[in-house]
Design a protein around this ligand. Structure first.
Ligand code: AMP
Ligand code: GLY
Length: 445
């Protein structure tokens, strides 16, 4: 029997729970969630509803359940020291301590770490704790990106051309950010295509999982506001249509060096997921950011393909024996589409925002996998809350078929919902390939 404490309540954790339950090690899941996720609940032996800023409750629950180890899904509990508290209580965890989770929670920490240890991948950047000198630095950049220091729920980054136009506006934004955050990182705006490389790390060995491309924009054709991610895809060759093996190797090499550097810097080995958000540019692979966890939606692309026993993977991360484990992913294509309330990502004033708390009916999944996110089970059925509702994943030998499977299941879901029909389709993928070709051809871009 293996008792696993799972912390988190999103579709990412639903996919983690499913991977745990496929294990041949007699798994039992005990779930610590902020709000009840009926998908995770149905796979769990026991559920505890608690807060992600109260690690003591998780420790008490873990003891109560006789947890052998914990898996921490989201960034919030990592940043509130859940892993620290569990380790103190003698419960190992897949997930970094608070200090190590700075890789995600502090943009300045990560940029400085790469700089200090001579690791490639940083754009030109500088960290500021006051506005002094910011204007002069703007003059050194061709495009500006502003990143508040601290967790921002994936929505705090401001990019010139998207969120502001002029340097004056950028300076105003910096003043505002510095009122509520300890610092702001100002960096060069990069041009290219983004990819997510989720790597497993036991403190010494780093293993890459297949690269995935996420779609942050709310609407078709990458229009509208940034969201937590509207969907994602991965390819059977474990590359991406615009991304070769050399670029994936570059991302992995950066991550290996970062794993070494963070251990030297803090004296603590990083055990968990190092998810690099990279961009392939004219001048190679650049680091946009690290996350200290699996991606959401990206976990839904890679975990269903994992053929190695997931509990063995978790134990190897904890024991530091990843080097000896053969980690195998099926050579299949995956397309994930998030079904969201129509009002998702819109401003509160938008009349569509009212559709948030509505009932939905899930029809025939038609061969797709469904991972619940912000879904509430009430006596009369399933209700959406205000956030992303269900991750729908199609898996097949090729992208076209995987996309068709995902669309089929999405179209069977009834209610005031929306999704991005373009994710994983030929035209959007060709656009990505053409974008990369233009960038590589044109030295000024
Ligand atoms: P984050 O909140 O760090 O995930 O950033 C949100 C988005 O901002 C990323 O997915 C990128 O699209 C964009 N971004 C962040 N840093 C840069 C950069 N240096 N150059 C261009 N885009 C960036
Ligand atoms: N897919 C974006 C994230 O997980 O942060």
């Amino acid at each position: 029997m293996t008792n696993v404490l799972l912390i988190g309540n999103g579709a990412r954790e639903h996919a983690i729970a499913e991977a745990v339950m496929r294990s041949g090690r007699n798994p039992r899941i005990y779930s610590f969630m902020k709000t009840n996720n009926p998908g995770i609940g149905s796979l769990s032996e026991k559920v505890f509803i608690g807060r992600y800023d109260a690690p003591e409750a998780a420790v008490a629950f873990a003891r109560d359940c006789g947890a052998d180890f914990a898996i921490v899904g989201p960034e919030d509990p990592l940043s509130h020291g859940f892993v620290d508290a569990l380790l103190t209580a003698g419960i190992p965890a897949v997930g970094p301590t608070r200090n190590l989770a700075r890789l995600e929670t502090s943009k300045s920490f990560t940029r400085n770490l790469l700089d200090k240890y001579g690791i490639p991948g940083n754009p030109k950047f500088r960290n500021f704790t006051s506005v002094a000198g910011i204007e002069a630095f703007f003059a050194e950049l061709t495009g500006i990106v502003l990143k508040p220091d601290g967790l921002t729920g994936g929505k705090g980054v401001l990019v010139q051309g998207d969120h502001f136009q002029t340097r004056e506006e950028a300076l105003d934004h910096c003043s505002t950010i510095l009122k509520s955050h300890p610092g702001v990182t100002v960096e060069e705006k990069l041009e290219g295509e983004e990819f997510s490389l989720q790597c497993l790390c036991d403190g010494r060995t780093v293993v890459a999982t297949p690269p995935v491309q996420d779609h942050k924009r709310r609407f078709i054709d990458d229009r509208g506001p940034n969201t937590g991610g509207m969907g994602s895809y991965s390819c059977p060759d474990h590359l991406l249509p615009f991304l070769g093996a050399d670029a994936v190797a570059e991302g992995l090499e950066i991550t290996r060096k970062v794993a070494g550097a963070i251990c030297r810097e803090t004296g603590i080995p990083y055990k968990g997921v190092m998810y690099g958000g990279f961009m392939i540019t004219r001048s190679g692979v650049k680091l946009i950011e690290y996350n200290a966890r699996f991606g959401d939606p990206e976990a839904m692309n890679i975990l269903p393909l994992l053929r190695t026993d997931f509990i063995d993977v978790c134990r190897a991360i904890i024991d530091g024996s990843l080097e000896r484990l053969d980690i195998v992913f099926e050579k299949k294509a995956t397309v994930c589409k998030y079904v969201v309330p129509r009002g998702y990502g819109l401003s509160q004033n938008d009349p569509e925002a009212a559709s948030a708390s509505s009932r939905i009916e899930i029809g025939d999944a038609r061969g797709a996998r469904l991972y619940y996110s912000s879904i509430d089970q009430r006596p009369d059925g399933l209700y959406m809350t205000s956030s992303r509702a269900i991750g729908v994943v199609g898996i097949a030998d090729g992208l076209e078929e995987a996309e068709r499977i995902a669309e089929g299941a999405v179209s069977a879901i009834r209610g005031p919902v929306d999704h991005r029909p373009d994710i994983g389709t030929g035209p959007l993928i060709r656009k990505r390939i053409d974008h990369m070709r233009t960038i590589k051809k044109n030295p000024s871009s």
